[in-house]
Design a protein around this ligand. Structure first.
Ligand code: HEM
Length: 406
């Protein structure tokens, strides 16, 4: 890495955790391809939308973290195969094979059929919250909603959701626990190990007693059709479980804060609920839950914006910076729910484009729609600058807590 690399500690400050968009604007304008050095791993951050789209479809930028070079070691550390060697960390043709096995289950028509059940889950959660008069909305709503939906799709018994969430939340909130970095790493490893054992046991239980759910369908694809291995069965389940609730939970939290801090836009949406689908896209563009796409590896020396990126480098495409690129969005830092729908990359771009996009959109539309309809007096329970957020360097952008009153 060059001497001009920006130390991660200078980028990921407390101000950045509260509002990363001024720093993204500086990077986009001054160093659109920026080498960043960090004790964990060095990387090159790409912040302009055109470059971001080019990078996400560039065959020289690989997602094969477990192939030659064993790049996963720098990113996830050892013993990560049991959960993370899945389609997200693979290139075609392996990626194509793994994605094809589950893609039918997430096809728009199949997801649409879940609409009544998602609405029922949303109403059940709100029925419990409403008599209280206030709520910690991440815990009471934003996190359990997508967990219950993906849990039901996969076939994870509802009685297990709480402990599954205990483990996934250790992974999600890593760095914010007040533990030392070493203790924090150990806690994440422990949570991953428990989650792996839990999912491996669940697969065995379902093998003995198949049901009408996605894990049973994957077992069938493994045992009778030879389409995926036992390890891939568990890693695919983990990816669907984690990707299926984590980002949606953070998105519902971020979107709620964005609306509550932009009263004119909130009013507009309350008055014109037909804007909801477009509003969800704008809210995702405005403050998405996955600020940086998962890491890519340069398989050869490449150049972006005249910056030399040596072979073997880790490249991070900064989705939330690209989605505020003034070359593509007028007044990009303004939340404008009636904005002409632009080509944001909040769900990614290229072959790894979000598999769960239809489900995520539906959950967000039903969830946010019901919050506004059923809680007409909804407001923040603390000043916005006192909201507790995930740490600046977290791979996720979201809230630790979202106190609200209504
Ligand atoms: C991939 C965003 C919800 C499953 C991705 C990617 C993004 C993304 C940006 C591409 C990552 C990359 O290229 O590195 C989101 C957002 C969501 C959401 C913002 C919620 C608002 C979901 C849901 C599921 C899901 C509900 C359901 C299972 C996946 C999977 C991949 C993925 C499996 C990997 C696809 C592949 O590698 O081909 N998501 N996602 N996501 N997402 Fe989502």
């Amino acid at each position: 890495m060059t001497d001009q690399a920006l130390p991660a500690s200078e980028l990921y400050t407390e101000e950045f955790a509260a509002d990363p968009y001024p720093a993204f604007a500086r990077l986009r304008a001054d160093t659109p391809v920026c080498p960043v050095s960090s004790p964990r791993f060095d990387s090159y951050l790409i912040t302009r939308l055109d470059d971001a789209k080019a990078a996400l479809t560039d065959p020289r930028l690989s997602k094969d973290l477990y192939g030659p070079g064993q790049h996963y070691l720098r990113i996830f550390g050892p013993n990560s195969e049991a959960l993370n060697r899945n389609m997200l960390n693979a290139d075609p043709p392996e990626h194509t094979r793994l994605r094809r096995i589950v893609s039918q289950a997430f096809a728009p028509r199949r997801i649409e059929a879940l609409r009544p059940r998602v609405a029922e889950i949303v109403d059940g959660l709100l029925d419990r919250i409403i008599p209280q008069g206030d709520s910690e909305l991440m815990h009471d709503f934003a996190i359990p909603l997508p967990m219950m939906v993906i849990g039901q799709l996969l076939g994870i018994p509802e009685t297990d959701h709480e402990r599954v969430l205990d483990w996934t939340q250790v992974i999600r909130t890593s760095g914010s626990s007040g533990r030392s970095p070493a203790e924090d790493r150990a806690a994440v490893q422990e949570a991953q190990l428990r989650l792996h054992h839990y999912l491996a046991d669940l697969v065995q239980a379902k093998r003995a007693h198949p049901a009408d759910d996605l894990i049973s369908a994957l077992i069938d694809a493994c045992d009778h059709e030879g389409k995926l291995s036992e390890r891939e069965l568990v890693t695919t389940t983990f990816l669907l479980l984690f990707a299926g609730h984590q980002t949606t939970a953070d998105f519902i939290g971020n979107a709620t804060v964005a609306l509550l801090t932009h009263p004119d836009q909130l009013e507009l949406l309350r008055a014109s609920p037909e804007l909801l689908p477009a509003a969800i896209e704008e809210l995702l563009r405005f403050d998405g839950p996955l600020p940086v796409a998962s890491p890519r590896i340069a398989t050869e020396d490449i150049e972006y914006q005249g910056v030399h990126i040596p072979r073997g480098s880790i490249v991070g495409v900064v989705i939330n910076a690209a989605n505020h690129d003034p070359a593509h969005f007028t007044e990009p830092d303004r939340l404008d729910l009636s904005r002409e729908r632009g080509a944001h990359i909040g769900f990614g771009h290229g072959v790894h484009y979000c598999l769960g996009v239809s489900l995520a959109r539906m959950e967000a539309q039903i969830g946010i729609g019901a919050l506004l309809r059923r809680l007409p007096e909804l407001r923040l329970g603390v000043p916005v600058d006192e909201l507790r957020r995930l740490p600046a360097a977290s791979p996720f952008r979201g809230l630790l807590e979202l106190p609200v009153r209504f």
